[in-house]
Design a protein around this ligand. Structure first.
Ligand SMILES: Cc1ncc(COP(=O)(O)O)c(C=O)c1O
Length: 393
């Protein structure tokens, strides 16, 4: 089928929930993808960080292929060979706790909400989140999300949620009540425009939550799995959460979400209180185990830190050249370029040049290159990005 035919068929039969770019990607390898016409693109935004260790990583492909011929799905009423091991690896890389598996970021945030409410024993149920945050599209995670535009038309929304300005200690102190059971934070707001939490704020939250027995939840759906040069972004801040949610990169392209909670909280869930038919299937676990292995074997944490710094420096150089760049920010390979004008045209121009990036919050260009990115590809990406910027002058 030709590009136009595929688009026509899609538009006729698929619900129009997405802003679409007229690009049909049919192949991916590492930091590169190819469209139907064979045009190659350097991918600095691989599936919103889903293909965070690059497209079709060989270790993920091998693990999935091997698992496919053994068993694809096992009901969660039976044990599967891999879930316990994956949970152990997640815990080993973060903190002592137990894991609940689902299939997406929204689902594990939903699980975190439910677990918090059970923990609060109905007397405490309120959850506080930050303005500009993004936590998912289910009705509860949408309510948690601190952006009005995503909520419009879906009212009445569930009650028991409050939103406060990000990085504002006083706002938290003011918002907390005797009903508050949890606070959820993205350490770098991704969809919200690459807004980095301050160390002071996060360290305050940890002390404050411990003192008041409020659960501190870090949503690491986008920041986790090596994106910032450490396995989890919170490890830059010298604190530990009570719960953490993961999705995107952890599956290497295959859907999986994980919620890890400290042991005394995790055991609040008892049989029948929560479930997911597909959650933690053998296939999903095989993919996630391969992702952890690939990060270790490929020294990808150190690569993300080094390449992140290199990219950051180059972007600062670009800021000197283009007066419409307001600020460069982020950690590791999660970087944002805030502009003084809308960025969609630049993202589109970059695509024409053969570079895929994202524009969020109208004026922020978001770059999430795969953790496997090489210096050569950073240099190439920068050349293409500069061409995209030049087209705007
Ligand atoms: C921080 C964060 N949390 C949650 C989600 C929701 O994840 P999903 O789309 O897998 O439900 C996203 C998605 O972009 C995200 O960035």
């Amino acid at each position: 089928m030709k590009t136009e035919e595929i688009i026509k068929l899609y538009n006729e039969y698929v619900m129009p929930t997405y802003m679409k770019t007229p690009l049909i990607l049919i192949k991916g390898k590492g930091a590169r993808v190819w469209d139907l016409n064979g045009k190659e693109y350097l991918d600095f935004f691989p599936g919103w960080a889903v293909s965070g260790i690059g497209h079709c990583h060989p270790e993920v492909v091998r693990a999935l292929t091997r698992q496919l011929s053994k068993i694809i799905h096992v009901s969660n009423n039976f044990y599967n060979e891999l879930q316990g091991e994956l949970a152990r690896i997640i815990s080993k890389n973060s903190f002592d706790g137990k894991v609940f598996f689902a299939n997406s970021g929204a689902e594990v945030n939903e699980a975190a909400i439910k677990l918090s409410r059970l923990y609060g024993k109905q007397s405490r149920f309120e959850i506080i989140s930050a303005e500009n945050s993004f936590h998912g599209r289910t009705l509860a995670t949408l309510t948690l999300t601190g952006q009005k535009k995503h909520k419009q038309g879906f009212e009445p929304l569930p009650s028991g949620f409050k939103t406060v300005p990000f990085n504002d200690i006083m706002a938290i102190e003011k918002a907390v009540s005797e009903k508050t059971v949890a606070i959820i934070i993205e350490l770098i707001q991704g969809e919200g425009g690459i807004n980095v939490a301050t160390r002071e704020y996060i360290r305050f939250l940890r002390r404050f939550c411990t003192k008041k027995d409020i659960l501190l939840i870090f949503d690491e759906v986008q920041t986790g799995m090596g994106r910032t040069g450490k396995m989890f972004c919170y490890q830059h801040f010298g604190v530990e959460p009570d719960m953490m949610t993961l999705a995107k990169t952890i599956g290497g392209g295959f859907p999986i979400g994980a919620l890890i909670a400290k042991r005394k909280i995790a055991d609040t869930f008892t049989p029948g209180t929560h479930a997911s038919t597909f959650g933690g299937s053998p296939l999903a676990c095989a993919a996630a185990l391969a992702v952890f292995q690939a990060i270790e074997n490929g020294n990808l944490l150190s690569n993300a830190a080094i390449m992140g710094e290199c990219l950051f420096e180059k972007l600062k150089g670009l800021k000197e050249k283009f007066s419409f760049i307001k600020e460069i920010r982020g950690i590791g390979l999660m970087l944002g370029i805030e502009l003084l004008k809308p960025g969609k045209f630049i993202a589109d121009a970059c695509m024409q040049e053969g570079l895929l990036i994202n524009c969020t919050q109208e004026k922020v260009l978001r770059l999430l290159p795969p953790l496997t990115i090489s210096k050569k590809d950073i240099d190439r990406g920068m050349k293409l990005l500069e061409k995209g910027f030049l087209s705007e002058i």
